[in-house]
Design a protein around this ligand. Structure first.
Ligand code: HEC
Length: 100
């Protein structure tokens, strides 16, 4: 029984780690922004793979708080409110390293 609990905990830990990996988190964004964040999302956003991590991070925090964005910011608010500040940091760093 004890062993089973340990196994369950280990699986949980691995899942939690995977979810906070930049590449895994970015899968939720690639559909609109492109696999290398090289596209204008829905033909509208700026191309974010040329942005520095700080700039991406402040945009995402802004979407979350409602202090940043253009005509389609509602779409990004839905995305950003699901992300913790920690995940936003990881994602921003990851996006800034993607192929230009
Ligand atoms: C359903 C499509 C869609 C998804 C999924 C999506 N985005 Fe966006 N994103 C947009 C659109 C549209 C905009 C422009 C919104 C506006 O008007 O400000 C945008 C804007 C942005 C911007 C700011 C660029 C600018 O134009 O100012 C960043 C940074 C960003 N998205 C990151 C992400 C990240 C990170 C994810 C994944 C967690 C994500 N997006 C998921 C559609 C999407």
């Amino acid at each position: 029984m004890k062993k089973l609990i340990l196994v369950a905990l280990a699986v949980f830990a691995i899942n939690a780690m995977a979810a906070s990996d930049g590449a895994t988190l970015f899968k939720n964004c690639a559909g609109c922004h492109g696999v290398n964040a090289q596209k204008k999302a829905l033909g509208f956003s700026k191309v974010i793979n040329s942005w520095k991590a700080d700039k991406i991070e402040s945009a995402l925090i802004g979407y979350k708080k409602g202090t940043y964005g253009g005509a389609m910011k509602g779409i990004m608010k839905t995305q950003a409110v699901r992300l913790s500040d920690e995940k936003i940091k990881i994602l921003s760093k990851y996006i800034s390293t993607l192929k230009k």
